[in-house]
Design a protein around this ligand. Structure first.
Ligand SMILES: Nc1nc2c(ncn2[C@@H]2O[C@H](COP(=O)(O)OP(=O)(O)O)[C@@H](O)[C@H]2O)c(=O)[nH]1
Ligand SMILES: [Mg+2]
Length: 463
């Protein structure tokens, strides 16, 4: 993205364009109140937006250049720095229809605003020091959150939980750096004892960094949800199980093999672990084009899954397709589910499955009757949830943060090695500076422009 001027007045819809009671068009930038005043015909004749009190709704019409009313609206002024972007911000609350909102948006552009880029409001908030980069990322996570856990976490991160923890690490690092710098200036005054306490402080810092790094597993799951794929030959009851776990009739269930053809995905939390449950087309040979595309997708989804639930039918004997499923999940975290245990006579037993797949737990369920559901939930938690359910106050949810922390760790380790090997203080200082810079990246200091662009591209327009 070309670097856009921070001085332009930008405009964008703050709500989705479509049929809704209310739609909001936002303006940000110096001069935006004056711009809005030019479009606004207040019902209170003497009202001037430029003199109106802040954060108060002003009723009137947004009018065309020739004075024709385009829509009735409530207009709110928020003067910088007491606004989201720390610039002057105007919100026009109009009717939520596509046409109404477009007319007003067009009118603001005609009056001199420029359409905002995705995330540009938040980018301005960041550039103006209202948020650091970790907090800006939390804004995206908040908008995209698909579970209670991820919203709760994003809210904490927006409030500065991660920034605070990183800030504390940095403060401890800064004190270490000061000691090392003193050692560079007065090398003759560094005693063995000083060296020892330096080493201890380094180790303590390292273990705090490790502690934070260890939250990354739960952090990723919390943000994205654990990808759980239902796999099995047709008609084993995958879609029935999906519906049962979701508690809704999300997927079609029929006795016709090949009903599910594309991936069906929905979010659910099981005992505090957010899951992305993915139902797939049944694995079999000799099918039409559409179904076999679905089967390819099923295989790809299973290969990328955090956990596979492989479903087998207790009412049918083992078939080559079942063996194909077992082969597909050989290398993966998976649970084997023997479904339809309510059926008589049973044609497939738990023991048979255990012999075919000795490395995976086997559970008996009836998706239709809900039997074995709580054991299944417990097994999922046991398999993937160990140590990840305890949400730490600060958590690493993004690869970007994890990567930076790993570099911090590396640099601190190098410094500890240097100290042990009696290297000069200069050597250590270089390592500590690297750690300092990597910690700063989490907060947004000296982050390359491409990375910043990539972060804000994830936003929607208007945020
Ligand atoms: N008796 C019995 N039937 C089931 C059970 N689970 C699913 N079915 C039936 O099996 C058929 C196929 O189910 P479906 O969920 O569409 O299977 P899928 O092809 O694996 O998605 C439907 O007629 C379901 O009602 C179960 O636990 N017991
Ligand atoms: Mg199905």
């Amino acid at each position: 993205m070309a670097i856009l001027s921070d001085e332009d007045i930008v405009a964008a819809p703050g709500t989705t364009l479509g049929n809704a009671a209310i739609g909001i068009i936002r303006l940000s930038g110096s001069g935006s109140v004056e711009l809005a005043e030019g479009l606004f015909h207040p019902k209170l004749k003497d009202l001037k937006l430029t003199q109106a009190p802040e954060r108060v709704m002003n009723l009137g019409y947004i009018c065309s250049a020739s004075g024709e009313p385009l829509d009735e609206a409530l207009v709110v002024v928020m003067r910088g720095p007491h606004s989201y972007t720390r610039q002057d911000v105007v919100e026009i609350h109009c009717h939520g229809g596509l046409v109404a909102m477009n007319r007003i948006l067009e009118r603001t552009l005609q009056a001199g605003a420029r359409m905002a880029e995705p995330g540009e409001f938040t980018r301005r908030a960041w550039l103006n020091g209202r948020l650091d980069l970790a907090q800006a990322e939390a804004v995206i996570d908040l908008i995209r959150a698909r579970s209670d856990e991820s919203i709760d976490h994003a809210l904490r991160q927006l409030d500065g939980s991660l920034s605070l923890t990183v800030g504390e690490l940095r403060e401890r690092l800064r004190m270490l750096m000061a000691e090392v710098e003193a050692g560079i200036d007065f090398p003759e005054e560094i005693s063995d004892q000083d060296g020892q306490s330096l080493g201890q402080a380094l180790q303590a810092l390292l273990s705090s960094v490790d502690e934070l790094l260890q939250t990354a597993k739960y952090g990723r799951i919390c943000r994205e949800g654990l990808a759980v794929v239902l796999l099995g030959k047709p008609n084993t009851g995958k879609s029935t199980l999906l519906n049962s776990l979701l508690g809704t009739e999300r997927a079609l269930v029929t006795e016709i093999p090949g009903t599910t053809r594309d991936l069906i995905e929905d979010a659910v939390s099981i005992r505090g672990i957010p899951l992305r449950l993915i139902d797939t087309a049944g694995i079999r040979k000799h099918t039409g084009v559409v179904e076999s595309l679905g089967i390819d997708r099923a295989k790809t989804a299973a290969a990328q899954a955090d956990l596979v639930l492989a479903v087998f039918d207790a009412g049918r004997p083992i078939e080559p397709e079942d063996q194909a499923v077992i082969n597909l999940i050989a290398e993966q975290d998976s649970l084997l589910l023997l479904n339809k245990i309510d059926l008589k006579p049973r044609m497939l037993s738990k023991e048979q499955l255990t012999i075919l797949a000795p490395d995976h737990p086997v559970l008996e369920i009836s998706a239709k009757l809900g039997e074995g559901k709580s054991e299944l939930e417990q097994a999922v938690v046991d398999l993937v949830g160990a140590g990840i359910t305890a949400a730490a106050p600060a958590m690493i949810t993004r690869a970007r943060h994890q990567n930076a922390l790993q570099r911090v760790r590396h640099a601190l380790n190098d410094a500890a090695e240097a100290l042990k090997n009696g290297a000069t203080m200069d050597c250590m200082a270089v390592d500590l500076w690297d750690a300092w810079a990597a910690l700063g990246e989490i907060l947004g200091e000296a982050v390359p422009e491409e990375i910043v662009d990539a972060i804000f591209k994830e936003f929607c327009i208007g945020k």
